[in-house]
Design a protein around this ligand. Structure first.
Ligand code: FNR
Length: 362
């Protein structure tokens, strides 16, 4: 792990929840980096929907349950984890702390889990992989064409990444902020040149969407990747069925933290239909809006196999580097365990829709 001018390795006093890290992160980050981290797209409708969706669900406490010996362990895509929290892929982590992606991976590893490492990572994929004992997962952004995308995946697999998370909800990445000179997507080849538009052509359909992936590209990729392949950004049950038919090994229900199509529903609200479409054949994970262990519990109760967290671990990273990320994970797990105990669930397998309060059932 690196250390630098604003490297800090102590946890501020008074932190009791992941959200307590937020003001510390804001105080430490440059205004532009903070805005890049926190922003939603458009009017922020989907961002707000994510945050409102969890409190809208109520938990049903259960009494006198014997939960001694309970645990949060699970197996996912052939790997064993101590808890169901994965670190979501977040681009350019050197913006937030010198420990960057290596710090996040070291923290995830120390807490018995993994990170999904972004195509837009700011350290080399090989260096990031070396920061953890366990194999991490690699997040793919389509690189404009098949061979370039495959080269990037093959590099990640050669470095030891154990699964590929193909993000399909943001088909073309546009620079969201002006990056400082020392921070860039170091693992990517030079961007493809865009063909100039002819008169009357659309900058969307004839411009940037010409470099976006399609279901045919997914099928092509599937044939060439022999590790678990998950799609991230699925919200519609028909897309879930199509992904299943294409041989995907898992789905991540996500609206990208409210950062792409403003007006998309909260992930939690879209989850049950996707879970039903998958019929238990592949794991369905969820992200977007999880801020506590009890939020995660609600996602698991609604059918998710595991969850990813985004902004909250970056609050920890910005505040105290790898130590802060590890602490955020520990706090989330403690909260999840407490929620399980109070709802009478000793294992993740015992969490289900019956744990959520539905007025009509009473
Ligand atoms: C992201 N996200 C993202 N997703 C992805 O597939 N590749 C990426 O490189 C990034 N980069 C990124 C940067 C920043 C600053 C944010 C906030 C988010 C989306 C991310 O993986 C995840 O879906 C959301 O962050 C989940 O929502 P919460 O937990 O932040 O509410």
């Amino acid at each position: 792990m690196t250390s630098g001018p604003h490297s800090s390795a102590s946890i501020p006093a008074g932190i009791g929840t992941p959200a307590d890290y937020r003001p510390h992160a804001e105080a430490r980050l440059a205004e532009q980096a903070w805005r890049y981290l926190e922003a939603g797209s458009g009017e922020g409708v989907s961002l707000a929907a994510n945050l409102a969706s969890f409190p809208a669900q109520r938990l049903l406490p259960r009494m006198l349950a014997d939960v001694r010996g309970g645990h949060t362990r699970l197996e996912l895509c052939g790997q064993r984890f101590e808890h169901p929290f994965l670190l979501a892929p977040i681009a350019y982590q050197r913006l937030f702390h010198p420990d960057a992606e290596a710090g996040s991976v070291a923290a995830a590893d120390a807490q018995g889990g993994i990170a999904v490492v972004s195509s837009l990572a700011s350290l080399s994929l090989e260096d990031i992989a070396r920061a953890g004992e366990r194999p991490q997962w690699f997040q793919l952004y389509w690189q404009g064409e098949r061979e370039r995308s495959l080269r990037l995946v093959q590099r990640a697999l050669a470095a030891g990444y154990a699964a590929v998370v193909f993000t399909v909800d943001a088909p073309v990445k546009q620079a969201a902020m002006q990056l400082p000179p020392q921070v860039r997507a170091v693992n990517l080849e030079a961007p493809l040149a865009e063909a100039p538009l002819r008169a009357g052509q659309s900058p969307v359909f004839d411009g940037w969407m010409t470099q976006a992936p399609t279901w045919d590209d997914l099928a092509w990729l599937r044939e060439r990747i022999h590790v678990p392949l998950l799609l991230k950004g699925i919200l519609h049950p028909d897309d879930a069925r199509r992904a299943l038919a294409a041989g995907c090994d898992g789905l991540i229900v996500s609206n990208h933290g409210g950062r792409v199509l403003d007006g998309a529903p909260a992930s939690l609200d879209a989850l049950p239909a996707v879970v039903a479409a998958c019929g238990g054949r592949i794991p369905v994970l969820l992200d977007s809006g999880i801020r506590s262990g009890s939020d995660a519990f609600k996602a698991l109760a609604a059918g998710a196999s595991a969850v990813l967290i985004g902004r909250p671990y970056i609050w920890g990273l910005a505040t105290a580097g790898a130590l802060g990320v590890a602490h955020v994970l520990r706090l989330l797990r403690d909260e999840l365990e407490m929620t399980m105990a109070l709802t009478g669930c000793a294992t993740l397998a015992q969490i289900g829709p019956h744990c959520l309060y539905a007025a009509e059932r009473q």
